[in-house]
Design a protein around this ligand. Sequence first.
Ligand code: NAP
Length: 247
Amino acid sequence: MVKLEGKVAVITGGGKGIGAAITRELARNGVKVVVNYNKSREAADQLIAEIKENGGEGIAVQADVSTQEEANKLIAAAVEQYGRLDILVNNAGITRDRTFKKLSNEDWNEVINVNLNSVYYTTAAALPYITESDAGRIINISSIIGQAGGFGQTNYSAAKAGMIGFTKSLALELAKTGVTVNAICPGFIETDMLAEVPDNIREQIKAKIPARRFGHADEIARGVLYLCQDGEYITGQQLNINGGLYM
Ligand code: NAP
């Protein structure tokens, strides 16, 4: 088991939703957290205040990780603050759901840039520091939609499947260094992202989930903690946390 006390993590989109749950879980276990946000400044600042009140340590950093320049700025801010980087959680993501017929170039590019290109940008910037760590971890929050597809989600599905391919290839390249690279594939989790789905579609989805409920953000966070703490020999994998919806 890896001691997480004193390790440093960057969580992209860490101010709300699944990212905030991951941030809380890592902070509770002694990790210094660098919470990236793009628009949700208030949420990120509140989260850092809460973590500090509970005896943890962290900073919030604004950066639009869909651009290489800002992703570089985020990683530089983390290293400047704490002098090291051990864990990178690529969690930032958006949806622009439309059937393929209605999909615009903008819908395609925005989703690929935020969900997939960001992973390349942050990882490229972070890798020199993570390979110095004795417990380097890269965890990519992909999706069941990257595995099974989703109606009206060609852009999102391509980005999330791309994350899985990226994860496996980088895991192969880094295995001998001790840095592990894994994807977590959540099913349908109660956050703002799921709230955007119309009620009738949400009910149809829920009826198909063997566990008969949506997941909670902290159930994804515990998966991240597991990979960080007990995952020395786990690399290149997809951890499916989906109530049995995709096996
Ligand atoms: P959410 O509540 O909408 O959160 C999305 C997060 O991404 C926010 O923190 C947001 O930050 C951040 N983000 C978006 N664009 C960004 C950018 N350009 N730069 C930096 N951060 C950016 O959704 P969520 O459900 O927690 O989603 C988190 C991740 O889980 C996503 O990758 C999503 O695809 C994945 N996922 C979610 C579900 C689900 O059912 N909820 C299922 C499978 C996978 P700002 O608000 O500051 O912009």
